[in-house]
Structure formats: C-alpha cells, structure tokens
Design a protein around this ligand. Structure first.
Ligand SMILES: Cc1cc2nc3c(=O)[nH]c(=O)nc-3n(C[C@H](O)[C@H](O)[C@H](O)COP(=O)(O)OP(=O)(O)OC[C@H]3O[C@@H](n4cnc5c(N)ncnc54)[C@H](O)[C@@H]3O)c2cc1C
Length: 423
C-alpha cells in the first residue's frame, strides 16, 4: 500500500479507493479481472490527474527488472516500472545507449512513454519513439503482445496510450552503441538572435535547451549537449549568438546549487550523465513546483516565443524557470509531435495553482492560432473540444480504447474529459 497517495510534486492527491503494489504480472492480471475501475501508476511524476482512477491504482514499481538485451536486433526489454536512470547505467555498462532522455532520469519507462515524454534534439523523437514492442494486461486480464513489426497502426495508437489500454508490463526499446558527450553552457542569449538563427541554433548539437525566467527578452542559459564519440577536436567560441560561455557549473534556476545538475564545462562523460539535466541521486528541478508545457509546430517556434515574450509581465512573477527544446516528428497517434517537428515551451511554476491557473488561459489563447498542444502529463486549462481538434487521430484512438476496454475499466476523469467528451 502507498502511504502517501500524492504525486511527486505533492500538488495532486490521488482519489482512488485502493492502492496496490503487485509483485508479479499474475497478480496484476488477478487485480484487473476483479476490478471494475483501475489504472496503472508509474513513478507519479505527472502533475495532473492523468494517472488517477475512481477505483484501484496499480503501481508497477515492483516490476523493475531489465529482462534482456538483444544485441542482434539492438533492443532491450524492460519491465514497466524500470526507471530510465537504472536502465541507462545498465545499458552503458553493456556498451549501449538510448537515443535520448528527459530532463530527469527518475521516471519510469512505461509512465514516460504513455505521456510522450521528451528530451531535446532536432533529430530525436520523444522517448516513446524508441518503443518497438510492449506487453499489456487488457481489461479481461489477458496478457497480450503488441509490436511495431506486427501490429502497425494499432501499435502506433497504443504506445502513447495515456494509460487507457491496460496495464503495460514490459516494453522493448531500440538501442544504439554507447557514446560520450560533453555539455557546455552559455549565458544571456538575446531572443532577437533567434529571428535569424533559430534553426541554426537548435541543429547545432545533439541536444539543445534554452532556459529563461522571462524577466527580459533573453534566455538566461543555453545548454548544448554534444556527441563527442568521433573525437573530433572542438574549439568553443567564447561568444555564440551574443551569449557568453559560462565559467562555472550552473543550475537552470540561478539561485539553486548546480550540485544537482549533470556535469557541464565541456567535461566528457557517458550519454546518460549528460543528456538529463539532473543527476539520478539528487532531487531534480526545484521540487517545490508546478509544470506546464506547450508544443508548437516547428515553423511557428519563433512566433510562439515572441507571443510568450509579450506575456512576460504576467508570467515572470509566477515562474521559476522556462525551458525551450526541440523534438523530431513521429507517427504515434497521441504524441504532440505526431507528423510535426516541434518546439516545446516548458514552464516550471511556483507552487501556487490559484495564480498559475489564471495565467495558463492567457498563454493558451495566444498560442492557440499556432496549434499548440499541451504536454499530457502537465497542467493546462484548454477545453476538451479545443484539445481534441488538435489530434487528427483522436477518433481512431477513441475507437482503439473502446476495442481494448469496452466497459471503460481503464477510463478515468482525465480520459473521460479530454478523450471521450463530445463523443
Ligand atoms: C521534475 C520533473 C521533470 C520532468 N521533466 C520532463 C521532461 O524533461 N520531459 C517531459 O516530456 N516530461 C517531463 N516530466 C513529465 C514526466 O515525464 C511525465 O509526467 C511522465 O508521465 C512521468 O512518468 P511516471 O512514470 O511518473 O508516470 P505517472 O505519472 O505515474 O503516470 C503517467 C501516465 O502513464 C500511465 N502509466 C504509468 N505506468 C503505466 C503502465 N505500466 N501501463 C500503462 N500505463 C501506465 C498512467 O496511467 C498515466 O496515464 C517531468 C516531470 C517532473 C516531475
């Protein structure tokens, strides 16, 4: 039983009547058969009620084994509750890497993929794009396999499944040979520089992140993560697009210690100790926070940033830090990057929902003409009707959920509102 049924940030208390922590797949099957309403729970890092259920919550945290490495197919299979940090260390020891990681390594593979969690990088899709197969317990308790190879469209609908198809017990992910990276940080990049250099900037290294507190029209920090496995000599310019190379390690929130952050200053290290911003053994981000994020099609990136810049006076007082990242297009139905390369504008807010919920509609209204899609696992206020209009595959996804779960066992308030309302 979970003692304190709230999410990681503590801003949401789960309303489920019962919490379960099964040790085996058979126990999950048993729970699914005997429950009328339930939902799987990962590491509880989502900020809204997406993971909740009116009935039972099934934590998959004890399904935490790495099942196998297939060197021939460049694939690793893990149980659903494995965290990226655990997997990444293991893969690196075996000589392998994942294509990308989120800002923190603490989240579960199943939970992260279910919400299309992403890192940054023009050439890298979100984390769910690495999934090549999965196993899930469906509403009647059956354990079924689904794969990219055999199940085509259905699979592409199931991967970013928002927990609606069943309880995922295992996932297989694409891997590649391990590689070394370095991370360099620049300070004070004027927003105006992006007018001519946005594409150049985001394509300049493996992964690029911009951080700003929106107190003026510039980015406080630019984080560049480089793949250095080719050993090519790198000569860093002390100035880049008007920004200056940092001379010490920095936390994205300037007032916090950089101790929690992955190594910067060009020091080389394995991919999994550079791709996340935060170290596995420390608290990620600030801890006392709320988060929202909007993904806009790449071609609207500059306009979206200018729109947010014009809302600075509303945003800045409530903000801890904002981050801008790029993500490649994919073909997963419910991914915010479905068929569109995207720029994600993220907000780490102060923990003051009353105030934050007054500014989100302003942001959403201004970003609406740019087709901004909210991150599924973060806080947003847009209407279900508007959200639904942003996903061309939504009718197919609804049908898929109905086929897998005809009596709505895995439906919760979130799915009823954002997926099924108006249907
Ligand atoms: C500090 C912090 C930093 C973050 N950084 C990023 C970031 O860099 N990029 C980004 O995109 N997001 C980021 N997020 C958001 C985070 O990645 C998502 O909330 C993600 O879903 C968390 O995974 P989880 O295991 O905690 O999922 P949970 O919150 O536990 O669950 C999320 C969803 O997954 C479903 N689910 C979980 N396990 C299963 C399963 N076994 N079978 C079926 N469905 C399942 C749940 O039902 C629910 O719908 C961050 C969040 C925090 C708190």
């Amino acid at each position: 039983m979970i003692e304190n049924p709230s999410n990681w940030a503590g801003n949401y208390t789960y309303r489920a009547a019962q919490f379960h922590q099964p040790q085996t797949v058979e126990q999950i099957q048993e729970l699914v058969v005997h429950s009328n309403k339930l939902k799987a729970l990962g590491t509880r890092h989502s900020f809204n009620d997406i993971a909740d259920s009116a009935g039972d919550l099934i934590s998959v945290e004890h399904l935490n084994q790495i099942v196998g490495l297939d060197r021939e197919r460049s694939a690793v299979t893990v149980e659903a509750g494995v965290r990226y940090g655990q997997l990444a260390r293991w893969l690196h020891r075996e000589g392998y890497a994942l294509h990308n990681l989120a800002s923190l390594p603490h989240i579960s593979v199943a939970g992260a993929c279910a919400t299309a969690t992403h890192g940054s990088g023009d050439r890298h899709g979100n984390l769910a794009t690495a999934v090549s197969a999965l196993e899930l317990v469906t509403a009647n308790g059956e354990l079924i396999p689904l794969s990219r190879e055999k199940n085509g469209e259905q699979f592409r609908g199931a991967v970013v499944g928002l927990g609606g198809l069943g309880v995922i017990t295992k996932l297989t992910l694409d891997i590649s040979p391990t590689f070394e990276m370095r991370q360099d940080v620049y300070e004070n990049l004027p927003l105006a520089e992006l007018e001519d250099h946005l594409d150049e900037l985001f394509s300049s290294t493996y992964s690029v992140s911009l951080f700003t507190d929106w107190r003026n029209s510039s980015f406080n920090q630019l984080w560049l993560k480089r793949d250095i496995s080719d050993n090519a000599p790198i000569k860093l310019d002390p100035e880049l697009f008007g920004a200056t190379l940092a001379r010490s390690h920095l936390h994205p929130i300037a007032t916090l210690s950089a101790e929690n952050c992955t190594e910067q200053m060009g020091i080389s290290g394995p991919w999994h100790e550079r791709l996340p911003h935060f170290r596995m053994d420390f608290t990620p981000s600030s801890g006392e926070e709320l988060q929202s994020e909007y993904l806009v099609p790449r071609q609207h990136a500059l306009e979206a940033l200018q729109v947010i810049d014009r809302l600075r006076e509303d945003i800045a007082p409530l903000l801890q830090i904002s981050e801008v990242r790029s993500i490649a297009a994919d073909d997963l139905w419910m991914s915010p990057c479905y068929k569109q390369a995207s720029i994600a504008i993220h907000f780490t807010w102060k923990k003051d929902w009353e105030a934050v919920q007054t500014v989100l509609p302003l942001i959403e209204e201004k970003l609406a003409p740019l087709s901004a899609r909210p991150h599924w696992a973060k806080l947003f206020t847009m209407s279900p009707t508007h959200l639904q209009s942003l996903y061309e595959k939504l009718p197919d996804f609804r049908q898929l959920l109905q086929d897998y779960d005809p009596h709505g066992k895995f439906r919760n308030a979130f799915l009823n509102q954002y997926i099924f309302e108006n249907s």
